[in-house]
Design a protein around this ligand. Structure first.
Ligand code: CMC
Length: 429
């Protein structure tokens, strides 16, 4: 929203000025609207978007200094405690909590579109058996545009609605198929009588030979992981989805782009990296040496630090409690990896190196431990993050497409390469 405040910039050695309007949101710091800045003949330079808001959005708000996260205004703690994943999806997509009737209809729609096109099973067979599940996710989700051609017209609201439903319904099925394929197990058809999270555990762990009843404590823990990872405003993968979508690419292709970005260890790969790090540290006796290596910048303490949170990540506090619940339910309170993580957490929270840099544990420090306790292999951690984040990505994509002021994303650059020079034939070089 525009205010009557302005920031005045002086340039051209003090001979010219330009007034830049100040905009204010409902929450968070004001932003300077620099769209008219290019009239000066210059651009602004901000690699990594450290000081740049890339868009206007009504979906999620993070206060990094206070350690707060809201989806559509609702604190994450309340949603994690009292809501469920599908209700949170509804909230993220439509902006309001559903009525009882709307909730029932939404759940019914999502849970009755969980099967994938049967020919997609043949598509899987093209992958090497030892493919990483994320490699398959990127490919298969992108390929949905080849299977569901009747929901690709992004200018048609009905097509967009169907594509959104299809993505949320089918992502767990595809994620479980990636896992089953990688271990040579048969694909399990979804069970629409189960909840979203219980059905995912069923597709992951059931076999056609015997009955499988998901443990309700573990189902709730998974549901909570999905809620906590459902959205996180303009992070790298969401910005990737927006940028891909800004060219008019179809939603399945855009979500595949988001999955590719999420794969990196500084983003969605962090919980996988936390478990690898705990394995490498091995025992409590090696923590001191490891921490010294972090301070010498030989490696990073994975699961610590965040671009926006300079206080405790609120998702981490919830995940820490969930971690205790799950390990207690499974009788794993004395699990050596968990004990090692707790010791590492204590040392890091007290060490001035981490305190001065405001490096607190983030959600991924604990989510990997919970996922391992759920028997989910490390290679599937980022896949589950992608599953959870699909609703956030698609809500941002939909918000962007519905915005009449939307333009193709096209950053500029500061060129520091060679100046103009003439081509030299190969025999003269
Ligand atoms: N371990 C050790 N030192 C760190 C860490 C860390 N995990 N994170 C930042 N630092 C140090 C960094 O070396 C730098 O120190 P100095 O000022 O002496 O040069 C200072 O803290 C600032 O670091 P930065 O790289 O400028 O911070 P950033 O905002 O660019 O990085 C981050 C954010 C998440 C990429 C980074 O903290 C990191 O690599 N963390 C580990 C990976 C991780 O856990 N990622 C999951 C993020 S939460 C999931 C999500 O939302 O995607």
């Amino acid at each position: 929203m525009e205010t009557n405040r302005k920031v005045t910039l002086t340039h051209n050695e003090g001979k010219e000025t330009i007034d830049l309007p100040v905009l204010e949101g409902t929450l968070g710091p004001d932003v300077v609207d620099i769209r008219s800045f290019s009239k000066t003949g210059m651009f602004t330079f901000d690699p990594g978007f450290l000081a740049t808001a890339s868009c206007e959005s009504k979906i999620t708000f993070i206060d990094g200094d206070l350690g707060q996260l809201y989806y559509r205004g609702y604190p994450i703690e309340q949603l994690a405690e009292d809501s469920d994943y599908l209700e949170t999806c509804y909230l993220l997509i439509y902006g309001e909590l559903p009525s009882a009737e709307e909730k029932k209809n939404f759940q019914h729609t999502i849970m009755h579109h969980t099967m994938v096109h049967e020919q997609l099973t043949s598509f899987f067979k093209g992958f090497r058996r030892d493919s990483h599940p994320m490699a398959m996710m990127v490919g298969v989700v992108g390929a949905l545009s080849a299977f569901y051609q009747d929901s690709l017209d992004i200018a048609n609201p009905e097509h967009r609605k169907v594509a959104i439903f299809r993505l949320i319904s089918k992502i767990p099925t595809i994620a479980a198929m990636c896992f089953r394929y990688s271990i040579g197990a048969p694909f399990m058809y979804p069970r629409n009588d189960l909840s979203y999270s219980a059905n995912f555990l069923h597709m992951m762990f059931a076999t056609p030979c015997e009955k499988y009843e998901p443990n309700p404590v573990l189902v709730q823990a998974l549901d909570r992981i999905l809620i906590l990872h459902a959205d996180h405003e303009q992070n790298a993968s969401t910005s990737t989805v927006r940028l891909a979508g800004s060219s008019g690419a179809n939603p399945f292709a855009c979500i595949a782009a988001g999955i590719a970005c999420l794969w990196g260890p500084a983003h969605g790969g962090a919980n996988e990296a936390v478990l690898k790090m705990l394995d490498e540290i091995g025992s409590e006796d090696n923590i001191e040496e490891f921490i010294q290596g972090v301070k010498d910048k030989r490696y990073r303490l994975m699961g610590f630090g965040h671009r926006v949170y300079k206080n405790m990540d609120p998702r981490a506090s919830i995940m820490r409690r969930t971690c205790y619940d799950v390990l207690t339910e499974l009788g794993l309170e004395n699990d050596p990896k968990f004990k090692l993580a707790m010791k590492l957490e204590k040392i890091a929270l007290e060490d001035p190196y981490f305190v001065e840099r405001k490096l607190y544990p983030n959600v991924d420090f604990y989510s990997g431990i919970v996922l391992s306790a759920l028997n989910i292999p490390v290679s599937m951690f980022t896949v589950i993050f992608a599953l959870a984040r699909t609703v956030g990505w698609i809500s941002h994509w939909n918000e962007m497409i519905s915005d009449p002021q939307q333009k193709i994303g096209r950053p500029r650059q500061l060129y520091t390469g060679a100046p103009r020079r003439d081509y030299v034939p190969v025999d003269k070089r």
